[in-house]
Write a protein that binds this ligand. Structure first.
Ligand code: SME
Length: 161
């Protein structure tokens, strides 16, 4: 399997490949935790310079740590708190080029420099978020945002519908 960004013509091609890879390993009959574990593994492999890839899922009103790859992380996040809580509250992707300059940020891994959080939306309902950290500043651009929103919507379709 081709895993390095350099092996793809561009990010769009990489995200299309990642989308197919997720569809190939995720079986609708599998448990949600199993499926999201495999998804976090694949996303981490495809996205170079990432140090944390994982999911926070709503358990009641609290975003609760789900399957991830990376350092141990905060287990509970309230709506509106941190970048994860903000993405869930606004139902929109939050992309931060320099987390050190961000007020509403919950630090987990000191080596994280930039971050993107994508809400997992089932129609208008937020099931949780996909959170990705990078050790590089400004790691994520508009192409990543579009690509990851597509991945998030595919995951919701594959796992929750
Ligand atoms: N930085 C996140 C918290 C989760 S960790 O990055 C894994 C936030 O501000 O919500």
């Amino acid at each position: 399997m081709i895993l390095e960004m350099e092996d793809f013509k561009n990010k769009n091609e990489m995200y299309a490949h990642l989308d197919s890879a997720c569809a190939a390993v995720i079986d609708r009959r599998d448990d949600v935790i199993s499926s999201l574990s495999n998804a976090s593994s694949l996303i981490k492999k495809y996205l170079i310079h990432t140090n944390w890839v994982g999911f926070y899922l709503f358990r009641g009103e609290i975003l609760t740590l789900g399957p991830f790859q990376g350092e141990p992380a905060v287990t509970s996040i309230k709506l509106g708190k941190g970048l994860c809580g903000m993405a869930a509250q606004e139902k929109k992707t939050v992309r931060v080029d320099d987390v050190a300059a961000c007020d509403n940020y919950i630090a987990c891994d000191a080596s994280s420099a930039s971050e993107i959080v994508i809400p997992l939306l089932k129609k208008d309902r937020v099931l949780g978020v996909l959170d990705i950290d990078s050790t590089m500043r400004s790691r994520f651009d508009k192409d990543d945002e579009r690509g990851l929103e597509k991945i998030a919507s595919s995951l919701v379709r594959l796992i929750y519908m």
